[in-house]
Design a protein around this ligand. Structure first.
Ligand code: DLL
Length: 432
């Protein structure tokens, strides 16, 4: 149980509802008074802060979507003066600009606590040695786990992702006990350790894995390979980063930090709220964040919510593993990739036709993205050298816009599948 404030995680439903209702009321007032975007949206919906008396009134509030953040780039949705923002984090947006999120000092505190609960649940304590192999930077994984492990006064090794062999040497020499990274990177680390013959010298006890979808089968593989207890952690930059929810020892759903966020499941088509147990789109409302709060943010993640009691003693509701998304976002080595971003790169290259297919694969636990692009008819007769140079140009532009290395494969004109309806731009061959 959390050493931070166990009482919060074990409140009765009545107490939690009361707390959430109070916090929602004041959050909505803060947002209406300070964010022109929310004021306009609420006015259009005919709802005023005084109409929101408790969580039963949540459905009256309008949704917020990723495009609202994109349109407000860089920081259009701030609810405090910029001077109060102490940190910027972010993730890729659907097109062009990243999604940026500003945190006040208080928001960082809250986020730290949310992740610290997740680490505490998996046994992280003062004497733990925590290797953070999530990327540091705008991505929330690195700093999110780092600040929480520091809060617990554990020893933190801020390795960031990559440099796999060095990563493993540090893990062995320093006796890392808690590994934090994406599940696919954990598998890659394990396989590389095995190849290096040092697997049995590692002292790992647990792993805090998230940022991308993974399965029970993958959990079993990781637990067997690394001899650890592997736990899931979920989050998204728009809401806080990692720590929105996390698994306890029961590994039966992810407990939501409900004193900071309210979760709903909606029918993605109608927007209607769905009951516990039904699968739909997860919608999140922040109730304690002040810098860049979110009202009914549509995560596009598909899952269920469960309000049954959990034998760990926590009373917070749990979300099931994500089963998909309502958009075509791919997560490649922890980086969110939208087909629209690739399309915008291709649109700037005159030699290619507007037809492409993104193929995601996983080889030796590493995600690969192949971008198949058709050349225009007249270009295709050109020399191999020219075609190679076009594909290099596209790959380097994808690297600079999206932040990932993709294999660009030029294919003959009219060879990619055509469709009369929605063209399928994504083929995800990974078995998570
Ligand atoms: O991925 C935050 C994070 C970092 C969570 C480290 C956990 C660990 P974004 O880059 O904004 O933030 O991407 C958010 O990633 O909407 C999901 O689609 C996906 N995602 C995050 N965690 C999980 C998970 C971080 N445990 C998007 N399982 C989310 C499945 C996940 N998908």
């Amino acid at each position: 149980m959390s050493i931070l404030n166990p009482a919060i995680e074990c409140m009765s439903r009545e107490e939690m509802t009361k707390l959430q209702s109070q916090r929602l009321q004041s959050a909505v007032k803060h947002e209406y008074d300070n964010v022109p975007f929310y004021r306009k949206r609420m006015d259009e919906a005919g709802v005023k802060p005084e109409h929101i008396l408790g969580i039963e009134d949540l459905h009256l509030l309008p949704f917020t979507v990723k495009d609202d953040l994109r349109e407000g780039f860089p920081l259009g949705l701030l609810a405090v003066p910029k001077e109060q923002i102490v940190r910027i984090q972010g993730s890729s947006g659907t097109l062009g600009n990243p999604i940026l999120v500003g945190y006040t000092a208080g928001d960082i505190e809250i986020w730290t606590e949310m992740v610290a609960r997740a680490l505490t649940a998996l046994g992280c304590r003062k004497d733990s040695i925590v290797q953070v192999a999530y990327g540091y930077g705008l991505f929330t994984g690195g700093l999110g786990l780092h600040q929480a492990a520091s809060r617990l006064e554990a020893m933190v090794i801020p390795m960031s992702s990559g440099n796999t062999q060095r990563q493993l040497i540090m893990m062995r020499e320093l006796g890392t006990t808690v590994l934090c990274c994406t599940p696919s990177y954990a598998a890659f680390l394990g396989e590389t350790a095995r190849d290096m013959g040092i697997l049995s010298q590692l002292k790992l006890k647990s792993g805090c894995f998230g940022g991308e979808p993974w399965s029970e089968k993958m959990r079993q593989n990781l637990e067997g390979l690394l001899n650890i207890d592997a736990r899931d952690i979920y989050g998204l930059s728009e809401i806080a980063g990692p720590g929105v929810s996390f698994e306890c020892e029961e590994k039966n759903g992810l407990h939501i930090n409900e004193d900071h966020v309210i979760a709903e499941i909606i029918d993605p088509e109608s927007g209607e709220k769905l009951p516990y147990g039904a699968s739909g789109e997860l919608v999140m409302t922040t109730i304690t964040k002040t810098g860049q709060p979110m009202i009914r943010y549509r995560t596009r993640d598909i899952c269920t919510l469960d309000n049954q009691s959990c034998s760990c003693g926590r009373t917070t509701i749990r979300m099931g593993r994500l089963t998909g998304r309502t958009d075509d976002m791919l997560i490649i080595r922890g980086v969110n990739v939208f087909p629209g971003q690739i399309e915008s790169v291709l649109a700037g290259v005159s030699e290619v036709a507007p037809h492409y297919l993104l193929v995601a694969d996983r080889e030796a636990s590493v995600d690969k993205l192949e971008v198949r692009v058709e050349l225009t008819e007249d270009m295709f007769s050109d020399t191999v050298g020219q075609i190679q140079s076009i594909s290099n140009t596209i790959a380097s532009q994808i690297k600079s816009v999206v932040g990932i290395q993709a294999d660009v494969k030029i294919v003959p004109p009219r060879s990619l599948p055509r469709s009369e309806g929605k063209t399928k731009r994504v083929l995800d061959n990974r078995r998570v």
